[in-house]
Design a protein around this ligand. Structure first.
Ligand code: FAD
Length: 448
């Protein structure tokens, strides 16, 4: 008998599992796969939304896969449908159409939902979040209406800043309010974020270290209150982080951890009571991961994390034993032409866990100093003091950030030391690199 696989969720995580099961042909041919998702689209690339709002392409272009693509491959692809319950004892899920669907393997990929601060006025018209196609279309319509010409963004994370750039490109006065004292607090140290802040200062007003206390208006938002001051805005974007969407899993008794995500073992099997369920997997924004530096539980809400986890889940369902390693969450983003990248721990996190540090920071060019078109590049490397092993890296430049972050992700995984970085061979050609790379310079400085 064909095994029945039910996947709850059709975001990056659910779709990656589906694609990998379909690609793992032999096993998948013996499977009946059902995917259930709330949205109407097949697959929508949420990651592309900030750039669509910046006018680089239309939101419609982010609808990458039509439901028919999967239906033609024999998948029961249930769009516009919600799973209302999971019956772990008898192995079925209940959906809002009243149907119960049996499974041999269940995959929970229910994603995340935006954190809405508990303040007055978040339900006013003109207050938005940015989590998917419908949100994107609402924000775009508000930008085009541009009534008062003032927008305010709550939260100075990557999505908040990328959207601030979109607003400002549209000629809207944009203020970003952040409760913590500096921008991008989870991925950069304060000295590095000040570079980003300077880069954006002509386009965006920053209010840092200040919480928003209320959003004001009658029906439509009119202003936001920050430390008693009324800041006019008819568009407010709440971009204050995402929380794992674990409602349906928790209702079934599945365990969540201190980060709020579903607890899994290395095979990504979900936990109920004291044991891990043999045939129930969870992945993506809704799960808790273990940090590869601190070994503490946390979240890693990235499409890139979801893809690796999907490989583990699909392999295990296909009968190929596979485990998910503690993770480093390499992150990169372009903010108004400035590339910002980070991997591993920031200094503040390391200190919180009592890790003593050696830090090296270097500023150089991306190509030889005589070569036209070279860009400045700033690299900060964070090493564990007594072993000099690399545990974190932050990079800012107008080019080559993503590939360097990927290189340093491997270096952290391989427990590379500052001395290793200085002594390993690197390539050189003046139009592409400096003879001594900025990463080597940062490692030398850390050793001093
Ligand atoms: C604006 C934006 C930009 C981003 N940019 C990047 C980037 O550049 N790089 C990067 O790596 N990451 C980026 N991310 C993060 C990335 O989008 C997420 O990590 C990724 O989408 C997570 O995928 P997921 O499938 O776990 O969750 P989601 O994409 O949230 O999908 C969850 C799915 O579960 C479904 N669902 C939930 N509950 C139920 C239910 N009860 N019944 C049926 N279906 C249900 C939903 O309908 C949805 O289909 C960005 C996120 C945002 C919001």
């Amino acid at each position: 008998m064909a095994k029945k696989v039910v996947i709850i969720g059709g975001g990056a995580a659910g779709i990656d599992v589906l694609d990998l099961l379909l690609r793992g042909k032999e096993g998948a041919e013996k499977m009946e796969i059902t995917l259930i998702k709330k949205e109407k689209e097949g697959f929508f690339s949420t990651c592309g939304l900030p750039f669509a709002l910046q006018g680089m392409y239309g939101i419609k272009e982010l609808e990458l896969i039509e439901p028919n693509y999967y239906i033609d491959k024999g998948v029961e692809f249930g769009t516009g449908t919600e799973v209302t319950g999971i019956n772990l004892e008898n192995g079925y899920v209940s959906v809002d159409t009243g149907e119960d669907i049996k499974y041999d393997f269940l995959v929970i990929a229910t994603g995340s939902k935006p954190f809405i601060p508990p303040i007055e006025g978040t339900n006013l018209e003109g207050v938005y979040t940015l989590t998917g196609k419908e949100d994107g279309e609402r924000v775009e319509a508000a930008m085009n209406a541009n009534r008062s010409g003032n927008a305010l963004i709550i939260g100075a994370g990557l999505i908040g800043l990328q959207t601030a750039v979109a607003f400002s490109k549209k000629g809207i006065n944009t203020t970003v309010v952040e409760m913590l004292p500096h921008l991008l607090p989870t991925i950069l140290d304060a000295d590095m974020t000040s570079i980003v802040q300077k880069w954006l200062h002509k386009d965006v007003t920053f209010l840092l270290g200040k919480p928003v206390s209320a959003i004001k208006g009658d029906h439509q938002v009119r202003a936001v209150i920050v430390e008693g001051e009324e800041i006019p805005a008819d568009i407010v974007l709440i971009s204050a982080g995402m929380r794992p969407n674990v409602d349906v899993a928790m209702k079934a008794g599945i365990e969540t951890g201190e980060s709020g995500g579903i607890v899994t073992d290395r095979s990504l099997r979900a936990k109920k009571g004291k044991s891990y369920l043999n045939n129930v997997y969870a992945l993506g924004d809704c799960v808790e991961v273990i940090d590869a530096v601190t070994y503490r539980p946390r979240l890693s809400q990235l499409a890139s994390t979801a893809l690796i986890q999907a490989r583990v889940v699909a392999n295990n369902i296909l009968g190929i034993s596979s485990s998910y390693e503690p993770c480093l969450s390499p992150t990169v983003a372009a903010i108004s032409g400035l590339q910002v990248g980070s991997v591993g721990v920031v200094s503040e996190t390391a200190r919180r866990y009592g890790i003593k540090l050696k830090v090296g920071k270097a500023i150089r060019y991306t190509r030889a100093r005589f070569f036209p078109g070279r860009k400045l590049i700033i690299v900060k490397l964070i090493f564990e003091a007594h072993t000099e092993k690399l545990i974190g890296a932050q990079i800012i430049s107008e080019e080559t950030v993503a590939e360097r972050i990927n290189e340093l992700t491997l270096a952290i995984k391989e427990r590379i030391t500052a001395n290793d970085i200085c002594m390993r061979e690197r390539c050189f050609e003046p139009s592409l690199t400096m003879v001594e790379d900025v990463i080597v310079d940062a490692a030398v400085k850390a050793q001093k």
